[in-house]
Design a protein around this ligand. Structure first.
Ligand SMILES: *Cc1c(COP(=O)(O)O)cnc(C)c1O
Length: 229
């Protein structure tokens, strides 16, 4: 099946459930993104800043780009002018820098707090307590150029098994708790970004509102190496 066929299959299936599709185009060339765009997709996810900046310059300007990979504070400035959602906020320090760069461009940048739900040491993210501490902090309360619109998490195995369901359920429970405690009056806190090619069905069952699918749409990735300036 072509990229367009794959895309439409996922898009139609997910939209029927009210779930947003982020097409993860990391390591895919601009032509592949354009093919998905021509089939109607507007929301794309990238995990490396340099690759994202290169593609943003080449591709249609109405694409909504989501950053889904770890973001270093010194790189925020490159994406602040255009980024639609930063899904991978994993520290207050990073959030403060996003706020500062967003202010320079007179923007309010939507952010998700990335929560650590996996049973591995290698994944980035905030612990449950750390997320709550961040939301309670005085510094957070002063940030006017960011808006936290939900939570994001990556399961351990990317496989359809019980552990994955448990991890997604934990994230949804945390989301509900944070919504009640901190965002009761704000309709904008509504996203639970969880689910990838291998586990999106379980994520949707557990309450995902946004799934990030790459290889099932674009095919296998050929890893490229980007300069980190
Ligand atoms: C690569 C990536 C995805 C997509 O993974 P696939 O298995 O190709 O669907 C989703 N989320 C994040 C954070 C990723 O880095």
């Amino acid at each position: 099946m072509s990229i367009a066929d794959n895309l439409l299959k996922y898009k139609n299936e997910l939209e029927a459930d009210g779930v947003q599709l982020v097409a993860v185009s990391k390591f895919q060339d601009a032509a592949a993104v354009q093919e998905a765009y021509d089939a109607g997709q507007r929301v794309f996810g990238e995990n490396i800043v340099q690759e994202l900046v290169d593609k943003q310059a080449q591709l249609p300007q109405d694409i909504q780009w989501h950053l889904i990979g770890h973001l270093q504070t010194n790189k925020v400035k490159y994406i602040a002018p255009f980024i639609s959602v930063i899904e991978s906020v994993d520290s207050l320090k990073l959030l403060i820098e996003i706020n500062k760069q967003a202010a320079k461009h007179k923007r309010v940048i939507d952010c998700l707090l990335q929560i650590y739900i996996a049973d591995e040491d290698t994944k980035f993210g905030l612990g449950f307590d750390e997320a709550i501490e961040l939301l309670r902090s005085e510094e957070y309360a002063t940030l006017k150029n960011i808006r936290i619109v939900g939570l994001m998490g990556i399961a351990s195995n990317h496989a359809a098994d019980k552990q994955t369901t448990d991890e997604f359920t934990e994230l949804k429970v945390l989301f509900d708790g944070i919504k009640l405690s901190f965002f009761r009056k704000e309709d904008t806190f509504k996203e639970v970004s969880m689910g990838m090619s291998g586990d999106y069905k379980l994520a949707v069952e557990a309450g995902s509102t946004m799934v990030r699918i790459g290889s099932s749409i674009f095919g296998k990735r050929v890893i490229k190496h980007y300069k980190t300036e």
